[in-house]
Write a protein that binds this ligand. Sequence first.
Ligand code: KDG
Ligand code: MG
Length: 397
Amino acid sequence: MKITDARVIVTCPGRNFVTLKIVTDDGVTGVGDATLNGRELAVAAYLTEHVVPVLIGRDPMRIEDIWQYLYRGAYWRRGPVTMSAIAAVDTALWDIKGKVAGLPVYQLLGGRSREGVTVYGHANGDTVDDAMTEVSRYLSLGYKAVRVQTGVPGLATTYGVSKDKLFYEPADAAIPTEAVWSTQRYLSHVPSVFARAREEFGPSVKLLHDVHHRLTPIEAARLGKALEPYELTWLEDPVPAELQEGFRLIRQHTTTPLAVGEVFNTIYDAQQLIDYIRTTVVHAGGITHLRRIFDLAALYHVRSGSHGATDLSPVCMSAALHVDISIPNFGLQEYMRHTAETDEVFPHGYRFDDGYLYPSEEPGLGVDIDETAAARYPYRPASLPVNRLEDGTLHNW
Ligand code: KDG
Ligand code: MG
């Protein structure tokens, strides 16, 4: 069996997605997500210029060897662009292998370790009242876990609080918009949000909160401590994660669990001083490398909590669910619904029921790209916003 073609498809059914479709001489095809929010064309060029030419003629069954070839062979290792491109190839090859074997990919990964994949949804609102209404909406849909974000009094906008309730898209303009941030205002507001949520919704719902890397370690420690009475399942990205030493300081002060890693892209970024690791298929080298990261995490009692925002396409979500259902140390999976246009471009077989997602039972990943539909939605430049402090200093350490 040989790879005869590999197409890089860029489409914007509501937001930009980059997809790799690999074709074999047997007529079997596979798809992989390569979307890197705000940097989509960098990955598309990496694939088109440097990866596709070396794939043609290779045996698609040799997933591990092709992964190593792309990773080691480039000389320039790691980084989100490289690892998203490798991820797309790897994901598509697992899809092909599943189809050839006649099995859903999770069966190739060892089979089910659980019945369904527990997901969390995003409740957000400009006010605490609005956010609470959203929490109850998610609970009525069956969600067992909800991330809660609200506007911060005194700040015009807050990252992570979307204008639309069910759909979320932080990349809002071709040239990045600039928002104003105040740590003081934020820290004095957030505990009251979770006091209210616990009071209204009781002890059993899993509550989560994302700090989006806005604090220093000692500020994060203070927030974690203040949130302890409300028993969060996790506090996400409290600080930028490059300085691992910062997490030691946070943990010395609080037992609020920490979730980190949506911006990690290799096992070398993974660390022990957290509770949930948020790497996912598309940004961390595909199924092959993500499994290595999760196996390493398991040695340190760290569970998975994969990123699943809408900038990860249904191809990534399909692949993530095959990993989630099979690994021993699964924790939670983030799940944001895609728009109807996105679902039309990426027909998929995974389904949501009562707070759980279930991977497709079709051979392979159970997802495809409709290239005719994709062609109707041309690429639109869109960037993530940046933050400045009230005095104009560029924020985020
Ligand atoms: O592309 C960036 C988004 O995916 C990110 O802002 C979402 O932080 C995020 C999350 O936890 O979903
Ligand atoms: Mg996040």
